[in-house]
Design a protein. Structure first.
Length: 276
């Protein structure tokens, strides 16, 4: 396989919960429509940001099914299907493919600290039950195992392996991977704060967490910096004062939009402190 799953920015979408801890599918639909209307290039569902480790298999499957139904082919849906148990990962792969996912995000087996040969065997086993494109997910700070650059030589013999979400934070490693394999492997940055540097090294795009609150980020750039930032900080009760002339305060409409958005995010998702 050599067709990219996406190019640009994919949102690693949160899983919204009701007050009783159950999944809010009503809010999930709103979030998906918001992401599509704001031109995200793909959706990653049931990943780390989606609290996949805290979902039952039934919830995991239903969430992917729901996401695929709402998105309805408008952009690619990438389903988290990783596990530290290979047979369980195979089950998640089969379920996600049957649910309609376009590709699978497969984190390295965590906790077990398997060898590089174990990694290869794990992904080979997953490829036996699904023919969807695989985006490997390398995040050693969480899993305890790192995909070494040399290991991709064998991993790329697996037809499904088309990309990696590289979140090791190791730029030397990222440079080696892009230099050696970018003609055969799409590299997606897994850390928002490193996306620009990763793109400069040849990454295909980013799987972003911050894009969940893209509207807030837009509001923070709706005026000349640092006007909106100081406005938001004052709303937070930090009392940082106004900007000096010739910088002027945000106009009332823009400031109210920022406050309204912040309050909405706070009450809905707890993203912004309640005192905004």
């Amino acid at each position: 396989m050599n067709t990219s799953v996406f190019k640009g920015s994919a949102t690693a979408i949160i899983t919204p919960m009701n007050m009783d801890g159950s999944i809010s599918y009503k809010k999930m639909e709103e979030l998906l429509e918001y992401q599509i209307s704001h031109h995200t290039n793909a959706i990653v569902v049931a990943g780390t940001t989606g609290e996949s480790a805290c979902l039952s298999d039934e919830e995991h499957l239903r969430l992917i099914q729901f996401t695929c139904r709402i998105v309805n082919g408008r952009i690619p849906v990438i389903a988290g299907a990783g596990s530290n148990n290979t047979s369980h990962a195979q089950l998640l792969c089969k379920n996600a493919q049957n649910a309609g996912a376009d590709a699978l995000l497969l984190v390295t087996p965590y906790y077990n600290k398997c060898s590089q040969n174990g990694l290869i065997a794990h992904y080979q086993a997953c490829a036996k039950v699904s023919d969807l494109p695989f985006i490997l997910y390398n995040i050693p700070s969480r899993t305890g195992v790192n995909i070494l650059p040399s290991t991709y030589e064998e991993l790329l013999e697996i037809p499904n392996v088309t990309a990696v979400k590289e979140a090791s934070g190791n730029f030397s490693q990222l440079a080696k991977i892009t230099s050696r394999y970018r003609d055969r492997l799409d590299i997606y940055c897994g850390n928002d704060d490193q996306a620009v540097s990763a793109l400069a090294l040849g990454a295909k795009g980013v799987i972003s967490v911050l894009s969940n609150i893209e509207a807030l980020l837009e509001s923070l750039t709706s005026d000349i910096n640092p006007v909106p930032v100081k406005t938001a900080m004052n709303m937070m009760g930090l009392s940082v004062g106004s900007c000096r002339l010739p910088l002027c305060p945000m106009d009332d409409f823009a400031a109210q939009q920022l406050k309204k958005l912040s309050e909405t995010l706070s009450s809905s998702f707890g993203i912004i402190p309640e005192y905004l």
